[in-house]
Design a protein around this ligand. Structure first.
Ligand code: ATP
Ligand code: MG
Length: 478
């Protein structure tokens, strides 16, 4: 029997205590918590009227927009599982994901291509729903059980097909509370929704802001990040490495627009030491973080240090390193991957979740990520961790990104090869001889790539480069 006390969803809590404060800002216009609360109640009624009930899974194929934000909070109230999918997946992939994870209903943002719409409409057993954000309800919000699933977020698919990780509001509350220990957030703050809601980093922004009574700022794609930070008085933003590079390259630092920023949360993957050094040069208040979908985003966080370490474990999480693998547990740990009936939560006998990430703690107790266990390969009997070589390559001023992978070799079994993305579409790739010399004092000789490939064209579906896709594209060509 579930004995968790029922609670009022944070959006409605803010509507009683903080009604006139902006809940979100879009195209320069603010919507306050009272209005959002009324939209959420109306949307819950709209979902019920269209036949959805507690426990149903609702796919949401959309870019970030107010409809999607409101839909999430309506799902929270209704016990419906909000299941966002990147609209950048190929239409056939979207259909497959919907069938695999048994999402029987979907909402498609109106701007989506007719091809996807037709394909969805032709599927048996799934039906589309409509969302009308012009309607408000003055009805009363119901109390909810915070332990039930409110969302399923697809992992990035680095190790294969994305898995749908389900979280409860209790998970999100613990996640936000721990985050707040390092990065304070209050009702006067505004967090730029600079990550998509189909990634945990985006959804975590909605949860943190609603819990703190802060404002979510939708990105305006006609502006650079820097101009929007000034225009909308952004105090907080979350960025992955590529966005940070872009921000630094678009003059954000010239007019010191970032001086008003209270916190820039960096994560999603490794952030190179020289990027962090540049951030430090401008006095930006940046935080690095190690996180994953299954832990509701951040696990560790700390003020950015130029060594690229990821800070310390936040409360609500436990972390230990066994061998060199990172294990986690705690209140933030997800409910499990969506399965046919309920959830599949793969834990060991003591309740630990294996991240399959490798890491160590430095002398100050900060977590350093050494790479993913499944990327490791053996060359001439020696273990090679591609991320170590990638980090060394990325120190080169002409290299924006690098992926190292094993190529079969009759003598050594495998040899490392590298795929290079040049900075600013620089035409002059450094020569092999130049790279050999550059790497000489950075990595052991046997780790040096024996071959370099140019970065292939691959379409991205999320915020991070899916290395498998990039490697496959190069393998097809050679
Ligand atoms: P999948 O689980 O489908 O294979 P994924 O693990 O990439 O994909 P996410 O949950 O989006 O999906 O990403 C979490 C992973 O990102 C972590 O397990 C880790 O490998 C990587 N990561 C997160 N933060 C960092 C960091 N600070 N440094 C290096 N890697 C990081
Ligand atoms: Mg993963």
């Amino acid at each position: 029997i579930n004995t968790a006390p029922l609670i009022l969803s944070p959006v409605h809590q803010q509507a009683t205590s903080n009604a006139a404060a902006p809940a979100y800002r879009v195209d320069g216009k603010a919507v306050n918590y009272q209005t959002l609360s009324q939209h959420v109640i109306s949307l819950s009624q709209q979902l019920a009227a269209q036949g959805l009930k507690a426990g149903d899974r609702l796919a949401c194929i959309s870019h970030n927009n107010p409809e999607q934000l409101t839909l999430y909070w309506a799902c929270v109230d209704s016990g419906i599982v909000f299941c966002p999918i990147s609209p950048r997946f190929a239409p056939q992939q979207i259909i497959e994901l919907i069938h695999t994870h048994q999402y029987h209903n979907y909402w498609l943002e109106p701007e989506q291509a007719a091809e996807l719409k037709q394909l969805l409409e032709s599927q048996p057993n799934i039906s589309g729903i409509n969302v009308d954000l012009t309607l408000r309800s003055s009805g009363k919000a119901e109390l909810i059980d915070p332990t039930r699933a409110v969302n399923a977020i697809l992992t990035s698919g680095s190790s294969g097909t994305p898995k749908a990780a389900a979280h409860s509001l209790t998970n999100h509350i613990a996640s936000a509370a721990g985050s707040g220990e390092q990065i304070s957030l209050n009702a006067n703050d505004s967090w730029l929704l600079s990550l998509p809601l189909f990634h945990i980093g985006g959804l975590a922004i909605l949860n943190r802001c609603a819990l703190a009574g802060a404002c979510v700022v939708f990105e305006d794609k006609t502006q650079t990040l820097a101009t929007q930070v000034v225009r909308d008085r952004v105090s907080h933003l979350s960025l992955v490495s590529a966005q940070l590079q872009q921000l630094l390259a678009t003059g954000a630092t010239d007019n010191n627009c970032l001086s008003q920023v209270k916190a820039m949360l960096l994560g999603g993957g490794a952030i190179s030491g020289d990027l962090l050094a540049e951030v430090a040069k401008y006095g930006i208040k940046a935080y690095t973080s190690y996180g994953m979908t299954e832990m509701g985003s951040q696990i560790t966080t700390g003020p950015a240090l130029s060594d690229g370490s990821s800070g310390k474990t936040l409360s609500g999480r436990e972390l230990k390193i066994v061998g060199n693998e990172i294990w986690v547990k705690g209140e933030c740990l997800f409910l499990g991957y969506l399965a046919k009936d309920g959830f599949n939560l793969p834990l060991n006998d003591s309740g630990w979740f294996y991240t399959k990430d490798l890491g160590h703690l430095d002398a100050n107790g900060n977590l350093c990520i050494d790479g993913r266990a499944d990327n490791m390969f053996i060359s001439g009997g020696e273990n090679i961790q591609p991320e170590e070589i990638e980090a060394a390559l990325k120190l080169h001023p002409l290299i924006a990104d690098a992926i190292v992978f094993p190529e079969a070799d009759t003598k050594f079994g495998h040899l490392p090869a590298a795929i290079l993305k040049l900075a600013n579409d620089s035409a002059n790739q450094p020569s092999e001889a130049e790279l050999t010399e550059f790497l000489a004092d950075k990595i052991a000789r046997f780790k040096r790539p024996r071959c370099y490939y140019p970065w292939p064209e691959v379409s991205s579906t999320g915020i991070k480069v899916v290395r498998k896709q990039v490697i496959e594209a190069v393998r097809v060509k050679v």
